[in-house]
Write a protein that binds this ligand. Sequence first.
Ligand SMILES: *Cc1c(COP(=O)(O)O)cnc(C)c1O
Length: 413
Amino acid sequence: MYGKMKDDLQKELAGIREAGLFKEERFILTPQAADIKVEYPEGSPPQDVVNFCANNYLGLSSHPKVIAAAHDALKTHGYGMSSVRFICGTQDIHKELEDKISEFFHTEDTILYAACFDANGGVFEPLFGKDDAIITDALNHASIIDGIRLCKATRYIYQTNNMADLEARLKEAQGARYRVIATDGAFSMDGTIAQLDKIVALAEKYDALTMVDDAHCTGVIGKTGRGSTEHCGVMGQVDIITSTLGKALGGASGGFTTGRKEIIELLRQRSRPYLFSNTVSSIVVKASIAVIDMLTATTELRDKVAANTDRFRKGMTAAGFDIKPGVHPIVPIMLYNAKLSQDMARDLYAEGIYVIGFYYPVVGKGLARIRVQLSAGHEFKHIDKAIAAFTKIGKKYDILHKTKEQIIAKYGE
Ligand SMILES: *Cc1c(COP(=O)(O)O)cnc(C)c1O
């Protein structure tokens, strides 16, 4: 039987290659950090580069305190639990981390998952059924989209970040028993932060719940790193927040849902990725407790990534690059042309700057870009090196101080 499928798969893979969409993995030979050693392409000599494409926003992926807490966990709580939470997989530290997360976000309760992907996969189906409506931003993360697919509620999609369109969908959904608005806290290709103040106001006006996936904001955005709800002044007003331990908060793995008490309690009873998947490892749990303690004690790391972001955004703007404005450490350098984004990323890599160019279908047609992500792990010398390398390569391609139209006229969309 496999013979036929094998032929089909080989054709499909060849098609992906021909379209230039084949994803390759690059081997990093060091811990995750600002300075890394990368072997790329496979078999070539390792190269020292500055990493500008990790979600390591607070530089905690290899932080000594995080590593020490992980080591300590092995001694005090062992390695694995070989069980789901409700059979014999809950240790004191799982409850401790859940309580700390609730305290940090000023929410009522928290439930851990193996990943934020699972948190999103398990949040809609237990709470919403065929009589309900989910109103979802068109640019929401794949895991929100999949979570909604697993649930029988009617789906209404609104144009990304478009409050008039959201309001129109809310009006359409007025007949439903419950309505919930679902959005990313920040959209990962643009660094745009959702307008949660307006979303919460619309939710109130149209009697809807709100759900925010804050994976790219937790620990980073807001005056004290509490995320997009803090940034938008609506802390405590969002009903359901999902997020990850796999980005700013240490970057290993794990996710959670935090919010209203009854909602979290019902998720513990009915959420399938929680009921039918193994407990989060003690290593992740104790390291995450250490991270939450650090972020509660001081905003130093969050302030540092903000300062790095500000320096990079200002430097790149002065150098003449077309960057999407904002405050998020995700900084899209707009190039519009797919090939240009790949050529420039390759040249920057040769200069020791590791960045990735994105193009359709990962971003919209004609909206190719290089996405830079800043970290508290960067020092100003890293930022300045990146701006200098970008400037050199930008000159080579003659795109500095050019309008979108001029870049498109030269390279096409
Ligand atoms: C990264 C990301 C996820 C997935 O998080 P994991 O914990 O790695 O599964 C979910 N939602 C959004 C918005 C993300 O950016």
